[in-house]
Design a binder for this molecule. Sequence first.
Ligand code: AQP
Length: 343
Amino acid sequence: MVCVPQLEVESRNKKRVFSGVQPSGSLHIGNYLGAIGRFALFQEGYDCFYSVVDLHAITVPQDPAELRRRTVATAALFIAAGLDPEKACIFVQSDNPNHAELAWVLQCIATFGELGRMTQFKDKARGKKSVTAGLFTYPVLMAADILLYDTDVVPVGEDQKQHVELTRDLAERFNKRFGVTFKVPEPLIPAQGGRIMSLTDPLRKMSKSDEDPDSRIEVLDSPEEIARKFKKAVTDSGREIVYDPEKKPAVSNLMTIYSLFSGKSLEEVRDAYEGKGYGVFKSGLAELVAEKLRPVRERYSELMSSGEIEKILKDGAERAYGISSSKMKEVKEKVGLCSRLSL
Ligand code: AQP
């Protein structure tokens, strides 16, 4: 059986948060600043569900052993970045079969046309000879993830905004056709940091699956690696440290990273490095980022060596399954699907 009764009683009064991260590579500072570093901000005031969405990761080829390892590593990074498993439900998506089941029902109300308009699909499919059907229907699985939990708020980076909008459309369409069943969620995108750009091409977002590892700073990179990657990061013409995303996209991206890790405004960053040139700025940035990520790296190592993560994920899966099963039962009844087994 499921859930901690006390937690359930308390959580009913709170708004619910859901967000997920794919174990499709090593998490980078874009994932950290746009998502996992913000997860803990919600755990006091909201009833939080954070999932390692491994079913999403298999929409592109994955090595099975590596996927299993990264799934656990990603969950450990959630906690290392500040999540408390006593306060937030942390679980692996494929441990809860309701996600795939609801995704199928929603695929039957989503249209081919609206999925074809998803920009992330177009980006990921571009130039590929063959693309899986799963990559195409990925946003519907994301809608199922969110809608299963009566989610109010979805903290995500800018790149996921369109998917949350689709989620809202699907919820409204289902509610209209079958009667009110789903809460219509709101995306929550940070004013700054919702889109951290690649270090090698500042016009593309930083991404786990970019073939060039020097395009991203990974959360678990050593201080030496961080320094090397920032040193190598492309810059714009001139040598002034000024924030101008149009004319100086590379330096503006580095300034955003500096501002978010230091808590200083962009003007303060500019003033601190006025006249000092890119080299001095980049080494200051590398030191700052390495130092801010140090406690995350240390807590991650402890978690991975203690083995406590497996118990956290098992408890999380039981709670997630328990809560989402009543929603799934309601959906099946409304659609006209029969359940002959008592699960
Ligand atoms: N560059 C980014 N800047 C800010 N936020 C970002 N996110 C991703 N990239 C950036 C946010 O991180 C969360 C987890 O993302 P995901 O794992 O679901 O997949 P994604 O958005 O497709 O991230 P990646 O890193 O680009 O992974 P791959 O390469 O596998 O597709 C989300 O909240 C996302 O907005």
